[in-house]
Design a protein around this ligand. Structure first.
Ligand SMILES: Cc1cc2nc3c(=O)[nH]c(=O)nc-3n(C[C@H](O)[C@H](O)[C@H](O)COP(=O)(O)OP(=O)(O)OC[C@H]3O[C@@H](n4cnc5c(N)ncnc54)[C@H](O)[C@@H]3O)c2cc1C
Length: 343
């Protein structure tokens, strides 16, 4: 282990905090975040086995588990509310964790030896030279400045979709339910303020404004003739929603370049319908920290890319294909077939 090596992590979201927490105990780390107050914003995240194992490795699994919201079942519904697939999760394979709680747990695990800077990074290599870092880790999300500075033409891919999400006040929701139909998908899950909801809806004009009121009106118009349970949620949320255009990371030749490595959404942001981005970010952090321990900052980046890139690309393709099946007219026929097959 090379304790005198110095790693600069750009981005203090889930990937950056997890890496700082895991690596910072043994390696000199500088963590730069533009807007620390925003890192914990959001509703809930589905945490799967791989993400939970990573949290255990980092040492915060128990803390995160303590605030996780139970899921007693749920399923997949067609737009008009018919059951497509019923989910029973007696083994608690899935948790829904309030994002602020996850971020707070990771924050608390970052050792005091980690140097924290608050600034927008525009030239990562210049900052690395300034702080004396041997390796820059781009953990700066789908718009990654580190990626765009390192790989020419690697701007994020702008999709035809927007995502809305928020809290639905009211009685606690125990089920995780998704509705799939032409041009959109809608979901409700357990949430810290009753329930959390999200939806993706097609908004073809990529430069269309993302004003919250317009996006909510678009969603209400789109889902207006779906299962009444969807409409009830959209009524209950009033004018509260977080709105964003769905961006994905471009296909990259590698996650590593001389003195630079990308993790989390910076490397492989996928459409959020797969519900795995945060899980992958956590796994990336653990894998990279372990490789830095074993191979040092020179050998780790390429080894990391070899180990994680196929998986990242597979998830991106699965996300795009899943969104197509969930929301296309052909998908509707597949859903009907599934309905006939489900006993
Ligand atoms: C609607 C929606 C629902 C989702 N649901 C799930 C789910 O259920 N389960 C799941 O696993 N994932 C889910 N995801 C995906 C998940 O949120 C992301 O994959 C995850 O947040 C990625 O973490 P990250 O740390 O790589 O990037 P980010 O969370 O984007 O963090 C990047 C950080 O870098 C900082 N930063 C950016 N640029 C700079 C710069 N130049 N200088 C300094 N700092 C910078 C940002 O301020 C930010 O804090 C969802 C995403 C969306 C949009």
């Amino acid at each position: 282990m090379r304790t005198r090596e110095h790693v600069l992590i750009v981005g203090g979201g889930i990937a950056g905090l997890a890496l700082a927490a895991h690596l910072g105990r043994s390696t000199q780390v500088t963590l730069v975040e533009e807007r620390p107050e925003r890192a914990g914003a959001g509703t809930v995240l589905a945490l799967w086995r791989g993400g939970r194992d990573a949290l255990d490795t980092i040492g915060v699994g128990e803390r995160v588990r303590a605030t996780a919201l139970p899921v007693e079942g749920g399923g997949l519904r067609s737009a008009d509310g018919r059951d497509l697939v019923e989910l029973r999760d007696r083994d608690q394979r899935l948790w829904f964790t309030p994002r602020p709680d996850l971020v707070a747990a990771l924050e608390a695990a970052v050792p005091p030896s980690v140097t924290r800077l608050t600034r927008l990074v525009t030239d990562p290599r210049a900052l690395a030279a300034e702080v004396g870092a041997d390796l820059v880790v781009g953990a700066d999300g789908v718009r990654s400045a580190v990626r765009q500075h390192t790989f020419e033409g690697s701007a994020p891919v702008v999709t035809d979709w927007i995502a809305l999400r928020g809290h639905r006040p009211g009685p606690p929701e125990r089920a995780a339910t998704e509705w799939w139909g032409p041009g959109g998908l809608f979901g409700v899950t357990p949430g810290p303020q009753g329930a959390a909801w999200f939806c993706a809806v097609r908004a073809d004009h990529r430069d269309a404004p993302l004003e919250r009121d317009e996006a909510l009106a678009l969603a209400r118009g789109h889902f207006g003739d779906w299962d009444p349970r969807v409409g009830e949620v959209l009524t209950a949320v009033g004018d509260e929603a977080d709105v964003q255009r769905i961006l994905v990371a471009p296909r990259l030749p590698s996650y590593a370049d001389d003195g630079v490595v990308l993790i989390g959404d910076a490397a492989h942001a996928t459409s959020p319908n797969v519900g795995r981005g945060a899980n992958e970010a956590l796994e990336d952090a653990v894998v990279l920290a372990d490789l830095i321990h074993r191979r040092g900052t020179k050998g780790a980046p390429l080894a990391f890319s070899r180990r994680r890139r196929v998986r990242g690309r597979t998830l991106q393709l699965a996300g795009a294909a899943g969104l197509r099946v969930a929301t296309s007219r052909r998908g509707a026929r597949l859903r009907d077939t599934a309905l006939r097959l489900v006993p």
